[in-house]
Design a protein around this ligand. Structure first.
Ligand code: PLP
Length: 441
């Protein structure tokens, strides 16, 4: 297998992220090319991409408009600072994005990743409360099983135990709402699960415990992706919005996965008709071609920062690459494609077909739940007696052998194909997946 690596490259030096390095390097899976819905593996096999890369290539791979825009831009101007300087592209991109965000979220802060978007959103929330004279509001509330990236802010409000436990005390003043995964009541639900709206009421308990005057913001993924596709129960997001609004607490939706059409509208906020104060995004912003993230902020929050002297920097925060010209060029070209091809509507058009196709897996060995919304699915397996995650990994490995890329999170397999998919591709995904489940049983 070692010759799967380029002969001049040893596998030793790259410390791979979120990977069992020794296991992987003993038996590597390398991708060398991507076009449309397919990767080419280093052994020449075509791999159907069931995960849009890592939830990011929503318009499919190898989009020429994006690569051309990137090469034009890098040749014209590789980099320009945005600290006390500017260049046209982030202004153009921010204006364009404000055309697809929910009403009133028209201010855009650029980052380079989802993790940075989350930390930026948390900092804006804290600084906003201070700016409006509510400086005692310093507590942040996340949720169990949430994934908000890997910055210290993100892992503090995040709720995936393995992502937190090795990293010390984390941010102080953070609480977690209970997660909404409830197999006993909701397994094999069609659409959003019926039961669980009352889990949002836990927020009232935290408000009583700490006092609303001490809580700055609540952050949730409208649909948890990385923890294994956990859907919001009917009415849950609305309830969170009611409670946060009542107590002057900001509501942040982390839409790093759900943004850009994954659940059938530009953002999940629009799909489920709930208006947060801040939205984070990344991934699909540039179709995964260049790292970039963004934070959409309600106008009135932005305005609250604009009260001091005009010569004063309003927010001491930013990244060298905030609004990077090459990333902006990729994002502008990507947004053109989404609009021209109507990709934000694709997930709703295909939702029933997708759900029906996935439901056909229900009787396969060890399947204990199937959760679908938009063009996302989570298929959960009963844990193997030898340990949690073993079965999920085995299904993932078998799927790759059979020419399908899926994403394993413990014993849940997530699917999230590019939005350019059509019915025959859905059939092919489900067929290969079923084959992998049977083989690994
Ligand atoms: C909801 C959510 N937030 C934040 C992140 C972190 O994004 P990144 O890996 O780009 O830092 C992710 C990544 O999957 C995510 O799903």
């Amino acid at each position: 297998m070692a010759n799967d690596f380029h002969p001049s490259a040893s596998p030793d030096h790259f410390w791979m992220p979120f990977t069992a390095n020794r296991q992987f390097k003993a038996s590597p899976r390398l991708l060398v090319k991507a076009e449309g819905l397919y990767y080419t593996a280093s052994d020449g096999r075509q791999i159907l991409d069931g995960t849009a890369g890592l939830w990011c290539c929503n318009a499919g791979h190898g989009r020429r408009e994006v690569s051309e825009a990137v090469s034009r831009q890098v040749a014209q101007m590789d980099f320009a600072p945005t600290f006390q300087m500017g260049h046209p592209l982030p202004f153009e991109l921010a204006e364009k994005l404000s055309g697809i965000t929910p009403p009133g979220l028209n201010r855009v802060f650029f980052t380079n990743s989802g993790s940075e978007s989350v930390d930026t959103a948390l900092k804006i929330a804290l600084a906003y409360q201070r700016a409006i004279g509510q400086g005692t509001r310093t507590r942040l509330i996340g949720r169990e099983l949430a994934y908000h990236g890997v910055g210290f802010g993100g892992i503090s409000v995040g709720g995936m135990p393995n992502n937190r436990r090795a990293f010390g005390a984390l941010l102080p003043g953070v609480d977690h709402l209970p997660h909404t995964l409830d197999l006993a009541r909701n397994a094999f639900s069609r659409g959003l699960p019926q039961y669980g709206v009352e889990k949002a009421d836990e927020l009232e308990r935290l408000v009583t415990l700490h006092g609303a005057e001490n809580i700055a913001a609540v952050i949730v993924e409208p649909m948890s992706g990385s923890a294994g596709v956990i859907l919001p129960p009917v009415g849950y997001l609305q309830r969170l919005r009611e409670i946060t609004a009542k107590h002057g607490i900001l509501l942040i939706f982390d839409e790093v996965i759900t943004g850009f059409g994954r659940v059938g509208k530009a953002f999940a906020a629009q799909r489920w008709g709930v208006l947060p104060d801040i939205i984070t995004c990344a991934k699909g912003l540039t179709n995964g071609a260049v790292p970039m993230g963004a934070v959409f902020v309600a106008d009135h929050l932005f305005e609250a920062f604009m009260g001091g002297p005009e010569s004063a920097i309003e927010l001491f925060h930013g990244y060298t690459y905030s609004g990077h010209p090459v990333a902006c060029a990729a994002a502008l070209a990507t947004q053109e494609i989404y609009q021209r091809e109507g990709l934000f509507e694709k997930a709703i058009e295909l939702e029933d077909y997708w759900q029906d196709a996935l439901s056909s897996l229900r009787e396969l060995p060890h399947v204990i739940d199937i959760r679908c919304v938009g063009l996302v699915a989570g298929v959960q397996f009963a844990a193997h007696q030898d340990g949690v995650g073993k079965r999920g990994y085995e299904v993932f490995r078998q799927a790759f052998e059979k020419g399908l890329l899926v994403r394993a999170s413990g014993d849940i397999i997530a699917l999230s194909p590019a939005l350019i998919i059509d019915r025959p591709h859905i059939d092919a995904i489900v067929e290969r997946f079923a084959d992998a489940i049977r083989t690994s049983a």
